[in-house]
Design a protein around this ligand. Structure first.
Ligand SMILES: Cc1cc2nc3c(=O)[nH]c(=O)nc-3n(C[C@H](O)[C@H](O)[C@H](O)COP(=O)(O)OP(=O)(O)OC[C@H]3O[C@@H](n4cnc5c(N)ncnc54)[C@H](O)[C@@H]3O)c2cc1C
Length: 470
């Protein structure tokens, strides 16, 4: 289980601004270079697809504000790799199947772990166990005491990905209150547009799938505010995630569910940290580590070091780092005839590598240049073959699904493109991991099954109002 104790994300953070569509009367806020009120004309200039008139309403203006954006899979892997560099033992595909108690049964002293790749089980002992299992944290708490009061109220969030042209570069749209009162947003994300809505309650499953009516709700809601039709056939990918909204079991009002995090030791030696968000992950990690120090009466030599620890690849990175890649590296590409030919490390690729890997992007670029792995994995996307080899060697990438979902995000950006890239990704991973033909076949099937849970337009039950089967 991961304990997040690192605080700085120096790489892969890009500032973006957002337009808030304001149909209310409201006071006219002053416009400033840092944001503020924009008139209807200014708003349409900023966000050309915004409708001035839609249905019976007309746009009065918008409020512009600034927000941060990051690539969550890259930050997550960066955290794990940084933890490894500073001394943590990192295991993926390792599932806690039970907790180990001391002889008196009064304290948790370790966990039984199953390697879900080999099926082998082993014990790990610790002065304190931190349960950071997100939506699954109640099932881990139950391993200590089956009668615990649940902390988690699982809530699903559905997102869809659309082509880039729906939102201008660096500018998004958020509608705080749609017809049915829900929030809907539309933001530029990794070269495409991501749109989504807020919570609805759900059951906890490993692979949650978006329902067609949720996808349709997002499409309808954004169409209400745009001057272009957003069609079901434009949906490149759609997915659902489970937010672990948390209740504090010790709180008097157990109905109070919040987006704040909760740290709780309901069995001596077992600290549960849950709720919260990416935005607050640093303070979540610090609170969990401090609780573990108290629980185990630990005496750390340096106290909490997270304040001064950069994510791997963050030291020495600056926004212009990509130019060094573009200037100094070539993408050596293997043709179908087996010849290796040079290609330019263009701006799109070098910017992507620099944002995704920080200063370590030079290692990926070296693989692209020296090992003939410089081809793009999918047309129109900057992801390179070299990244597959790099992630297998340095980022614990153990499967094709790991790569398309948890290292490069292609599955989330464009499901069909990810499907087309799968055979080449498996070919590269097979060389790295010495997979036989049977394993390669299995990886392809698992990859296809995984992508089926993303309801892109190809997988859609309905296409522009018509049932696919009709
Ligand atoms: C759709 C959606 C949109 C979001 N948008 C934002 C946003 O815009 N801004 C923001 O700040 N936050 C956002 N969040 C919230 C943020 O992603 C969550 O805070 C985060 O997913 C929860 O992190 P976590 O580490 O607690 O749990 P998870 O990310 O769910 O991680 C839990 C891990 O525990 C593992 N696990 C479970 N059981 C076991 C076991 N028995 N043994 C070992 N491991 C186990 C799981 O495999 C998983 O890897 C969003 C979340 C969702 C779902």
């Amino acid at each position: 289980m991961a304990t997040w104790r690192l605080r700085r994300a120096a790489a892969a953070i890009a500032a973006s601004s957002a337009v808030c569509h304001n149909h209310g009367a409201g006071a006219r806020a002053p416009r400033s270079p840092n944001g503020g009120y924009a008139t209807d004309d200014e708003s349409v200039e900023l966000f050309p697809t915004l409708a001035k008139n839609s249905h019976d309403r007309s746009l009065r203006g918008t409020v512009v504000y600034y927000d941060g954006q990051m690539n969550d899979s890259r930050l997550n892997v960066g955290l794990a790799c940084t933890a490894a560099v500073v001394g943590a033992a990192i295991l993926n595909y390792a599932e806690v199947v039970s907790l180990i108690k001391d002889e008196s049964g009064e304290r948790i002293i370790g966990a039984r772990i199953r390697d879900t790749l080999s099926g082998k089980e082993f014990d790990a002992f610790a002065k304190v166990v931190v349960n950071a299992a997100g939506p699954f944290c109640d099932s881990v708490r139950k391993m200590a005491n089956n009668d615990v009061v649940p902390m988690i109220s699982p809530s699903s969030g559905v997102h869809i990905v659309l082509p880039d042209y729906y939102s201008p570069d660096g500018m998004g749209l958020i509608v705080p209150k749609t017809k049915d009162g829900r929030v809907v947003f539309m933001l530029p994300w990794l070269g495409r547009t991501v749109a989504g809505t807020t919570d609805s309650s759900t059951a906890i499953t490993m692979l949650p799938e978006p329902h067609e009516d949720e996808i349709q709700f997002i499409l309808d809601a954004i169409c209400d505010y745009l001057n272009v039709q957003v069609r079901r056939s434009d949906v490149l990918s759609a997915w659902s995630g489970i937010r672990p909204l948390a209740m504090d079991p010790s709180a008097k009002n157990t109905e109070s569910i919040s987006r704040d995090h909760v740290v709780f030791e309901d069995y001596p030696g077992l600290i549960t940290i849950t709720g919260g968000k990416w935005t607050t992950y640093r303070s979540m990690a610090e609170d969990a580590v401090n609780a573990a120090i108290r629980s185990g009466n630990l005496k750390p030599a340096n106290g909490c070091v997270t304040d001064h620890l950069h994510i791997l690849g963050g030291y020495g990175w600056d926004p212009a780092s990509f130019t060094v890649l573009a200037q100094n590296y070539k993408r050596m590409k293997r043709t179908y005839g087996g010849k290796i030919i040079p290609g330019a490390m263009d701006s799109a690729v070098s910017k992507h590598l620099s944002h995704a890997y920080g200063t370590l992007a030079t290692q990926v670029a070296s693989i692209a240049q020296n090992e003939g792995l410089g081809k793009r994995l999918a047309h129109g996307y900057p992801f390179l073959e070299a990244e597959v080899a790099y992630c297998a060697r340095h980022e614990y990438c153990e499967s094709a699904v790991d790569f398309i979902a948890r290292r490069c995000r292609l599955a989330f950006l464009d499901t069909d493109a990810a499907g087309r890239a799968l055979p080449r990704i498996i070919e590269i991973l097979a060389l790295e991991r010495k997979w036989d033909k049977a394993r390669q076949k299995l990886e392809l099937q698992k990859g296809k099954d995984f992508l089926e849970t993303f309801k892109s337009s190809k997988n859609a039950q309905f296409r522009d109002g018509k049932h696919n089967g009709q």
